[in-house]
Design a protein around this ligand. Structure first.
Ligand SMILES: CCCCC/C=C\C/C=C\C/C=C\C/C=C\CCCC(=O)SCCNC(=O)CCNC(=O)[C@H](O)C(C)(C)COP(=O)(O)OP(=O)(O)OC[C@H]1O[C@@H](n2cnc3c(N)ncnc32)[C@H](O)[C@@H]1OP(=O)(O)O
Length: 143
């Protein structure tokens, strides 16, 4: 595994180093394009007492799948996201998030992701991403 160089925006809520209130996730990538992130989610992201908020769980899966696209040199925006919340995800425990790119059909990219603790799958997700250009992303930047 090696660190993923993804060139994402520094203020990204998921992975931006400059976003002090964000998740500041770091990602590794294998030679096969498998994305791995090991992290502890801080208490400020609480939903149910002691557990990660469901919206944040969706973010973790989405962010990891976005990185699976980046590992394929694809910049893409999430068009459709499904999440299975199988077990609550505890705060402050080292969880493992994995994601992989499954297939491309033109500009459509299909990915899947899981969150595990001690090998047990706590949440999983699938998403459809639509490839966009860097110029397109920047053209939507406000102010
Ligand atoms: C500033 C930094 C620059 C440097 C950048 C470098 C690296 C950055 C890396 C990545 C950057 C990207 C995001 C990073 C941010 C966070 C990471 C997580 C990802 C996100 O957080 S990102 C935010 C949430 N995301 C959105 O904010 C998207 C809002 N959206 C749109 O802006 C448009 O949607 C757009 C432009 C994407 C496409 O627009 P569009 O008009 O071209 O296409 P449309 O949407 O109509 O659909 C396309 C095809 O999907 C089919 N389709 C739809 N639903 C389906 C389903 N359920 N099943 C099967 N097919 C389905 C349709 O049927 C059609 O298929 P067909 O083309 O064959 O007809």
């Amino acid at each position: 595994m090696r660190p993923l160089a993804h060139g994402a925006a520094h203020h990204c809520f998921g992975c931006g180093k400059a976003n002090r209130s964000g998740l500041r996730l770091n990602f590794l990538v294998s030679d096969e394009g498998l994305i791995v992130c090991r992290t502890k989610i801080p208490a400020r992201f609480e939903g149910p007492p002691g557990y990660v908020h469901g919206g944040v769980i969706a973010t973790l899966l989405d962010e990891a799948m976005s990185k699976a696209n980046r590992a394929c040199n694809v910049i893409a925006m999430t068009r459709h996201l499904e999440v299975d919340y199988r077990r609550p995800v505890p705060l402050r425990s080292t969880i493992e998030i994995t994601a992989r790119h499954l297939k491309a059909e033109g500009r459509k990219h299909f990915c899947e992701a899981e969150i595990r603790l001690h090998g047990e799958t706590l949440a999983s997700g699938k998403a459809l991403f639509i490839a966009v250009t860097k110029q397109f992303l920047l053209s939507r930047t406000k102010d």
